[in-house]
Design a protein. Structure first.
Ligand code: HPA
Length: 276
């Protein structure tokens, strides 16, 4: 990932879409339908975008769609992401955020499926990320200066925008959507956690655990973007209560996420349109 490489990616995309997004939305596994309200102007497969990281996980469509909300707000939605556990570098994982920023987006909504550690959480509920624990063991800001001229020493306190958190809570309230709030712990994966690891995470203050999101949030904060993080609690990872990892298949997790999709979709749309 270089500044020149990013310019090439941007040049390609501005030829494929006339729209300049205000919002970037990264949609995790099974969450593609969360932007089904989008009036799509262009859909571009990741595989055709120069320098774009290519993913390997089923359940992801792996395309960038640019379009308008019914109220006319321009959104760039990344359907599917590449994960650190697929072998990509943290910079590659976060690259879509750099691209969205280069296209004009100044707000990032990042979503994921996560295991619930907080005993009050139920499968299929949504959780607003109010903070995170980066336990991946790497950082997208590490390495040569990229993007050029941006500090590496980025503040991560208040990474999740307090105004957006308030607006999301108000939106959920209006729509009678149960919205939890908590700390998201990101691990590299791809293996699920041991019992001891789950206890450790809970003791450390994590409410949910997953394998994504943090790289994108760090890149976005380096670029000065506002961030909202939204997790779908796809399985109960509370120590002891949780099923054995072998008992929950990727397909099972996807099906819980897909059922939660309408709530995520309504929440995101309402949030964006009320801010416009
Ligand atoms: N652990 C880690 N990542 C996850 C989980 C989990 O239980 N569920 C969804 N992503």
């Amino acid at each position: 990932m270089s500044t020149l490489g990013l310019a090439l990616t941007k040049n390609f995309l501005v030829k494929h879409t006339k729209l300049r997004p205000a919002y970037a939305i990264v949609l995790g596994s099974g969450l593609g339908a969360a932007v089904d309200w989008l009036d799509v102007e262009s859909a571009i497969a990741y595989a055709s975008i120069p320098n774009f990281p290519k993913g390997t996980v089923p359940g992801h469509e792996h395309k960038l769609v640019v379009g308008r909300t019914p109220g006319g707000v321009v959104v760039a939605a990344f359907l599917g992401r590449v994960h650190f556990y697929e072998g990509a570098s943290m910079r590659e994982v976060a690259y879509p955020v750099s691209v969205a920023h280069a296209l004009g987006a100044r707000t990032l909504i990042v979503t994921n499926a996560a295991g619930g550690l907080n005993p009050d959480f139920r499968e299929g509920e949504l959780m607003l990320v109010r903070d995170h624990l980066n336990l991946i063991g790497d950082n997208p800001l590490r390495g040569p200066d990229f993007p050029k001229g941006r500090s590496r020493f980025v503040a991560m306190r208040d990474a999740y925008d307090i105004t957006l958190l308030g607006e999301a809570l108000a939106s959920a309230n209006r729509q009678h959507i149960t919205l939890q709030m908590g700390v998201y712990a990101a691990l590299s994966g791809p293996a699920y956690e041991t019992e001891a690891e789950l206890r450790m995470l809970y003791a450390l203050g994590a409410d949910a655990v997953g394998m994504s999101t943090v790289p994108e949030v760090m890149a976005a904060r380096q670029l000065g973007m506002r961030v909202l993080g939204l997790s779908v609690i796809s399985n109960d990872a509370f120590p002891r209560r949780r099923k054995q990892p072998s008992e929950h298949s990727h397909a099972e997790i996807l099906s819980v996420v897909e059922q939660a999709c309408p709530n995520a979709s309504n929440l995101i749309l309402d949030l964006i349109e009320r801010r416009a």
